[in-house]
Design a protein around this ligand. Structure first.
Ligand code: F6R
Length: 357
């Protein structure tokens, strides 16, 4: 099933534009309006706060989803790691809606929370790639990711699909609440799909970056501000799990509060600069680490680029940049793992779905 691809991970990275186009199709009616289960729409309208519960990469998608839902639909959102939520439950609002994000739909940590919140009588929506899965069956509502089977242990296309579906959900809720948005999610996602396709055709660029920055290193830092920070955290997870390079994602401004002590000569720091409002400040952080000897790899958005940036992303809507900016990070991780002879599709100690708590 890998076809001509050496690894499922590479195939799944390449499928991302296709998956986005499928999502656009599946979530649109003949009149080019958003097509969504009316019960989901109602549940989103009825709640006063959303609690996103997930693990790993799906948790990282939730951090981005919070931005979409708060910015578009104006509903407050909390994002929680499933394994922490059960025994450290925050004070809940009067009308919470629980949203479970899970590629497999089988993650035991998330299911444990679902059982608990159902007992409390709270409605649950599962966003999953496997509609017949446990989390889907046991929730009140399901939104399907339409990403197709994801075989590689490291999640790639499910993550970008999760963000796309969350963006559509946020805009749909805004529409249902009568909030006027000058934002057509389908049109913007189509632009994102094209951007991803263009980047996926430039693999040698990312292979070179993996060589240049990660060839021999034992560790790596990812920095970003605003939504770039969350993408950096996902980039770090990808790199760790498949290449075994110790990696950490940081908010650009937080680095100087301790972690900068770890920056030495040649330490790779991968910085994302896709947000106009924080472009100057993240650039400042890059200078701080360069001054301490770091090897800085800056990935910026077209229009915000500066001389010396390692890669400039094609322009997409500012809120949707995470879907685009993660692709270079996925490919850099892939090549870093490949150069180290790691088992890319089946990293040590990991299982595709974690069905124990
Ligand atoms: C990372 C990865 C894991 C999963 C996590 C949740 O690449 O694959 O971190 O994201 O185990 O899995 P799902 O989404 O199936 O609940």
């Amino acid at each position: 099933e890998k076809g001509t691809y050496p690894h499922f991970m590479l195939k799944e990275i390449d499928e991302q534009p296709l998956v986005l186009r499928r999502i656009i199709q599946e979530y649109q009616n003949e009149d080019n309006e958003i097509k969504l289960d009316p019960d989901v729409r109602q549940a989103m309208k009825d709640c006063d706060r959303i609690y996103i519960i997930a693990a790993g990469t799906s948790y990282h998608a939730g951090l981005i989803g919070k931005q979409f839902i708060e910015k578009f639909a104006k509903i407050p959102v909390e994002v929680h790691v499933a394994s922490e939520f059960s025994y450290n439950m925050p004070l809940l609002s009067e009308k919470p809606l629980f949203v479970y994000i899970s590629q497999s739909g089988e993650t035991a940590d998330s299911r444990a929370v679902l059982v608990q919140t159902k007992e409390l009588g709270h409605p649950a929506l599962t966003i999953t790639n496997v509609p017949g899965s446990t989390l889907s069956r046991e929730a009140d509502y399901t939104l399907h990711l339409h990403a197709g089977p994801e075989i590689a242990v490291a999640s790639t296309k499910a993550y970008t699909a999760q963000m796309a579906v969350l963006a559509i959900l946020g805009v749909d809720t805004a529409n249902a609440k009568g909030i006027d948005l000058a934002f057509d999610p389908m049109q913007e996602l189509a632009i994102v799909a094209n951007a991803m396709e263009a980047m996926a055709d430039q693999k040698e660029v990312f292979e070179d970056l993996a060589h240049e920055f990660l060839e021999t290193t034992r560790n790596c830092f990812f920095i970003g501000r605003s939504i770039d920070y969350y993408v950096g955290v996902e980039g770090a997870l990808k790199l760790k799990e498949i290449s075994y390079i110790q990696a950490e994602g940081f908010a650009g401004g937080e680095l100087k509060h301790g972690t900068i002590a770890l920056i030495e000569e040649e330490t790779p720091v991968i910085a994302l600069a896709t947000q106009a409002a924080v472009n100057d400040s993240i650039r400042g952080n890059v200078q701080e680490v360069i001054a301490r000897g770091a090897n800085a790899c800056v990935i910026s958005m077209k229009g915000l680029e500066k001389d010396g940036d390692s890669f400039v992303l094609p322009k997409v809507h500012e809120l949707l940049t995470p879907i685009v900016s993660v692709l270079p990070l996925q490919l850099i991780s892939y090549y870093a793992a490949l150069h180290r002879d790691c088992d890319v599709d089946k990293p040590r100690n990991l299982a595709k779905s974690v069905t124990v708590e």
